[in-house]
Write a protein of this length. Structure first.
Lengths: 290, 325
């Protein structure tokens, strides 16, 4: 289609392109500032209000945090919990999605409606906390994984995906004497790799970013995750909402905060291109209907 | 259809995989034996929902009890609606309701329209490299944790040394500590929400915009309609149902102010304007141990949320739009 662009249209285009470029840059600026600041000296951070390139390059902040046991422990913990948690959550979701994709399975409708109800109504923070406590999971890393083991939205999207796979694939495998579990493991999972990779990433991001679960369930600060550590480092002690101001408290240097933020953000940025490739599609097939 | 006939048919064929219609009517034990592997696969997920989703729903009963940890959920004494009465007569109630609603309306009134505007502007871009680059950039913040967003805010607005602190105070000619000044709590929350989620929110609108009939634009151009008239008369009506559905979702989620965001930005100085239902439940329930009372507060919030979701959905259907359910 040929669009006749008027002068007014061209002015609009120019203004629009300029504006959107600015939106993009402004979105990015906080990262650039923090990234630059993490490689700057403390003196430069205090002296210069804003910069995107340090005058004097320094690895001091990183050397400091990686020599701090509390930080390295939190980092390793978070990496491990994210890895194990992603596998567990994906396994729970896939094993439940597969039977639910079989329209002839009895009880399927009931289970699906219970799943949908769980999307719009939940017991809430306190009953969930008490349940985790009664199960003896307080201060256990399982408390960060199990209560969120299945995301109902992901479950339904994966179920719909299985449902749309051609039935002939399974029929022929059944002829060869494969069990349902064999079919799932050897035929469906390899076919669903891209979809599963997408949901694995979403689960991983969810666990990595989770602040509420460790806040609720990990009172032992030697078990803290990176998000908890980040919170402690970046919030000024008198602003933590506790009302207790410790007169001996020495706030951490700015550069250290910058470096911790960079470490907590980096994995997300590294995986972002993979996420971006799939998420728009994932959101669109995510309709609950049908 | 009579069951024995079906059984006879099924055994007559001696098939291990009877056709679907017959399977539907077969005895459950036969059905179960046939599908045993599938039921086995279903088990972990069903247990998960029973324990971690429906368990807490049962636990909600402590909202009507005087919960004592030692006695457990079942052993604790019933007190009826005592906790609800306490909450509604507590001066905290109007304050929480006000704070929650103000934040919700600020988000609905500012962040929501901004999302649509950004989607419309992106949709007008014909330079695909620019469009893709801007999209890539504005989606990123959605994937960052609220802890990171809050930490970035603490650094940018830090007293005396933060770049935003210096910039804004220079422009305004003031000396405001944005992080502790209660008057700046809400603007900061809305600003964070815009930075984190506006870009992400455009995805659904861009998808809807892609489905708007292109022939209509051609006809409009022939009729001499300019850029803005085309947007007003074709584009916006074309995505009206998407806007309404997203608005329904947003209104249904109105009371979910986002525990993490608010908690992270709450401090001793801004508590009066910062407290919302979710953070109140945490402070009263977890840190002060008033389990039953805080569960009642949470239940009140969930029920109102449920009414909002179904109510707005019903409204949308009445206006002849596609509802959600």
């Amino acid at each position: 289609m040929k669009i006749h662009n008027t002068t007014g249209g061209r002015v609009f285009d120019a203004a629009n392109y300029l504006f959107l470029s600015l939106v993009g840059i402004v979105t990015l600026l906080p990262f650039v500032y923090v990234f630059a600041g993490s490689f700057a000296t403390e003196a430069e951070i205090t002296r210069r209000a804003f910069f995107v390139w340090p005058e004097q390059f320094s690895l001091g902040s990183y050397e400091y945090i990686f020599s701090t046991p509390a930080f390295t422990r939190a980092l390793i913990t978070t990496v491990l919990v994210t890895a194990v948690g992603t596998v567990v959550q994906l396994a729970f979701t896939v094993t439940m999605a597969y039977p639910l994709a079989k329209k002839t399975l009895r009880g399927r409708k009931l289970i699906l409606s219970l799943v949908v109800f769980a999307m719009v109504f939940s017991g809430g923070m306190i009953p969930t906390f008490l349940l985790v406590k009664d199960l003896g999971l307080l201060n256990s890393y399982w408390a960060l994984i199990l209560p969120a083991a299945i995301n109902p939205f992901s479950l339904i999207i994966i179920k719909n995906f299985f449902q749309e796979l051609p039935a002939e694939l399974e029929e022929s495998a059944k002829m060869d004497g494969a069990t349902e579990i064999g079919i799932l493991w050897r035929i469906l999972l390899p076919l669903s790799k891209p979809v599963l990779a997408t949901f694995a990433l979403f689960y991983a991001v969810g666990i990595w970013n989770d602040f509420m679960s460790p806040l609720l369930y990990l009172s032992d600060n030697s078990k803290w995750t990176l998000q908890m550590y980040l919170r402690q480092v970046t919030a000024a002690s008198d602003l933590l909402g506790t009302g207790n101001v410790d007169p001996n408290y020495i706030p951490p240097e700015q550069g250290i905060k910058f470096a911790v933020i960079v470490v907590a953000t980096l994995p997300i940025l590294i995986f972002y291109p993979f996420l971006q490739k799939h998420f728009a599609k994932g959101m669109l097939i995510g309709s609950v209907k049908g | 259809m009579a069951a024995p006939v079906v059984e006879a048919e099924a055994s007559g064929r001696a098939a291990s995989r009877p056709p679907a219609r017959e399977r539907k009517n077969a005895k459950f034990s036969v059905h179960f034996a046939h599908y045993k592997w599938l039921y086995l696969l279903l088990l972990p997920g069903v247990l998960y929902f029973a324990i971690f989703r429906y368990g807490p729903m049962y636990g909600v009963s402590i909202a009507f009890k005087d919960y004592v940890p030692f006695l457990g959920v079942n052993g604790s004494r019933w007190v009826g609606t005592q906790h609800f009465e306490d909450f509604f007569s507590n001066p905290d109630f109007p304050r929480l309701l006000g704070n929650t609603l103000i934040l919700a309306f600020l988000n609905l009134g500012i962040a929501f329209p901004l999302t649509i505007v950004l989607a419309l502007l992106l949709n007008e871009v014909r330079l695909s490299i620019l469009k893709r680059t801007v999209q890539t950039l504005v989606y990123i913040p959605h994937f960052l944790s609220w802890t990171i967003v809050a930490s970035l805010s603490f650094l940018l607005f830090a007293l005396d040394i933060g770049p935003m602190f210096q910039f804004l105070n220079n422009v305004l000619g003031t000396n405001i500590d944005f992080l502790s000044d209660p008057a700046w709590f809400r603007p900061l929350i809305v600003l964070q929400e815009i930075w984190k989620n506006t870009g992400w929110g455009t995805i659904i609108f861009l998808a809807a915009l892609a489905t708007v009939d292109q022939d209509q634009y051609e006809a409009a151009i022939i009729d001499g309609a300019g850029r803005f008239r085309r947007v007003w008369h074709i584009t916006l009506p074309g995505i009206r149902s998407t806007i309404i559905v997203m608005l329904i979702l947003a209104i249904g989620q109105m009371l979910n102010t986002g525990f993490e965001q608010i908690y992270l930005m709450t401090n001793a100085l801004n508590r009066d304007v910062a407290d919302v239902f979710d953070t109140y439940v945490y402070f009263v329930g977890i840190t002060q141990g008033a389990y039953s009372y805080s569960t009642a507060v949470g239940l009140f919030k969930s029920l109102v949320g449920l009414v909002l979701i179904f109510g707005t959905n019903w409204l949308a259907k009445r206006f002849n739009q596609s509802g959600l359910f």
